[in-house]
Design a protein around this ligand. Sequence first.
Ligand code: PLP
Ligand code: ZN
Length: 469
Amino acid sequence: MSIEDNCSQWQRELIPRHEPNMIYECIGCDRRYPLDQFLYTCPLCKSLLRLRDLNFDRLKEVPGERWRDIFDRRRLLNIAPLKGIFLFHELILPIVPLEDVVYLGEGHTPIVKANQELSSMVGTDFYIKYDGLNPSASFKDRGMASAISYINHFVKRKGLDQVLGICASTGDTSAAAALYLAYLDHRKVKSVVLLPQGKVTPQQLSQPLGSGATVIEIPGVFDDCMKIVEELAERYQVVLLNSKNPVRINGQKSYSYEVAQQFDYASENLVVIVPIGNAGNITAIMEGFLDLYHLGIIGNLPRVIGVQSVHADPVYRWYKEGTYTPVKVKPSVAQAAMIGDPVSFPKVNKLVSEHFTDRFGVVQVTEQEIIEWMLLTNRHGHIVCTQGGETVAALKRAHEAGMVTTGDTVVVDSTSHQLKFADFQTKYFEDSYPEAYEIAPAPRMKNAPTLLPASAREIAAFLSLKERS
Ligand SMILES: *Cc1c(COP(=O)(O)O)cnc(C)c1O
Ligand SMILES: [Zn+2]
């Protein structure tokens, strides 16, 4: 639909016109800093920063019901910058004008009703949001679309011409960063990713390489890479693209807006289940629902349940025991979430205590459960990654524990695409997991190709086919 197809009233409302007053705000000491610089932590107290629009209250002048209409109708417009996460421009990054928005096809990922037999095995009906159907095949594209639009804006408007985008990654952040940065002017913008050697899948490694990024591998795990990029960002002129960058968090809020929109803004019994790694995603999801709630777009906050593997569970332990201590991670098939000291934990802590106290939970699952629920889910017509398997396993646990009941509308997040983690499936089928994973493949769950002669007769015999009469 073209904008001219709308009456003049709608034309005025459909194109974003909100004038924001955005700043960084420290979550520790509340100090504010202007947004015309790249900042990740408070220069004074070193706490995390979040973005705030000091004009947010002006958005409340439009009733929630009208916002719902605006967002729904906007989806019909054929205006590229409004096609992705910036459909919700006012709530994501309204300082970036539409001309500077970088849209590479992210967002508006499908929500698919889980297969009935699978639902019976889990114990309750549910939906899967396929965030693997983003351009670099994970939800990280949401935050990257926002961070790279912001960089693009700076490059175009402020004459910035020496941008070195850098990130540490468990695989998917680097894939997304490399993809989005490759779309910008190569004379002005370069991309570097730091990966823990041997701890990203071959598919994930191929992504930044294919996008032309400089790929640096270091020995260790993600937490080691993170420390190095933090030091680089503190001492050198680089732009940090990890979720410590609050501009990324703002883009990832789009997940919540979409879930709300895809259920026609009914949030009464809504429950979302997400894996927790660095805790950026769950932070963004809570912040996103809060925005909608404050604007009257949804009537109540949904419940948010995080999940962690027993091999990387600092947030689960905090939830259970009340104290937060980083853990030393062990190998996990939910490798993208294999993080022992999540950077965004302080944000989770604050959001839970201020807003989600009775609407938040964390469950813990074993490695065996993660891989088997991934396999089972995909055997029923789905395309979830290991982290998606983790959320299905979490739903089963949460249902058994009474945290989720029949009648709830449950959405589990498959944060990336099945194919990124194909190696973990192969390891299961070939029974080749190193012991540290603590996974014992069950024969009934295995699958393997059968080599047969190129003969219809022999193949028919193998399949016990009956002859046509
Ligand atoms: C990054 C990532 C996670 C973890 O998200 P956080 O924001 O780090 O908590 C989970 N799944 C996949 C596929 C990821 O790429
Ligand atoms: Zn501070």
